[in-house]
Design a protein. Sequence first.
Length: 194
Amino acid sequence: MGSIVIDENYENCRKLLKDSIGSKRYMHSIGVSNTAACLAMRYGSDVKKAYLAGLLHDCAKGLKDVQLVETVERAGIEISPLETDNPELLHSKAGSVVAKDKYGIDDKDILSAIFYHTTGKPGMTVLEKIIFVADYIEPNRTDLPGLDDIRKTAFVNIDTAIEMICKNTLDYLKKNGKAIDRATVDTYEYYRRG
Ligand code: DGI
Ligand code: FE
Ligand code: FE
C-alpha cells in the first residue's frame, strides 16, 4: 500500500474521498464497503481488501467527462467508441487509476475489482464479483426491481445474483434507449449459462 492509506481506519482516505465525490456518493461508498465486507465473510475472501475496494470503487465519480477520458488515456488503457460516446462508463476504469495514483493502492485484486465494477466481465474473481454485487445491493440503494430477492440471493449464490443484476441492467438500458457495452452483455451471457 502507498502513503495515503496509513492509518487504521483509513481516515485520510475517507476525507479525500468525501471531498472529491460528495456526501451522497460517499454514503453509497460506505454502504458498498460494509456490504462487500459481509460478502467477503460469506465467500471466504479477504475482508479488509473487500472493504477497501468497496470504499474506493467510485473514487473517480467526481471527474468530468474530459477528465475521465484523460485519466484513462494517460494510463494507456484503450477506450472503445461506445465509451467515447458514454464517458460515464469510464469511471470504473478511471477509478482504478485514481485508486493507485491518488490513494496509493497497489493491490492488483483491489484495482481490478474497481476496474470492472460497472460492466462486470465473464469469469470474475471472487473480489470482482463481490464489488459488482455489493454496488447493487448496498443498503442505500432503493427502488430497483427485485432488490429484496437479489439481496437474499447474493448471500446464497453470488453467480445467480450477478445474473439477476445483469438482467435488470440490460432491461433498464433497453427501456431507456441507452447504448449497451459488449462487456455488459458478455457478463450476462456468462453468468446465465451458470
Ligand atoms: O457508479 P454507480 O452508480 O454506483 O454504479 P455503476 O458503476 O454500476 O454504474 C451504474 C450505471 O452504469 C447504471 O446507470 C447503468 C450503467 N451501465 C452499466 N452497463 C452499461 C451502463 N450504461 C451504458 N450506457 N451501457 C452499459 O452497457
Ligand atoms: Fe460505479
Ligand atoms: Fe457505486
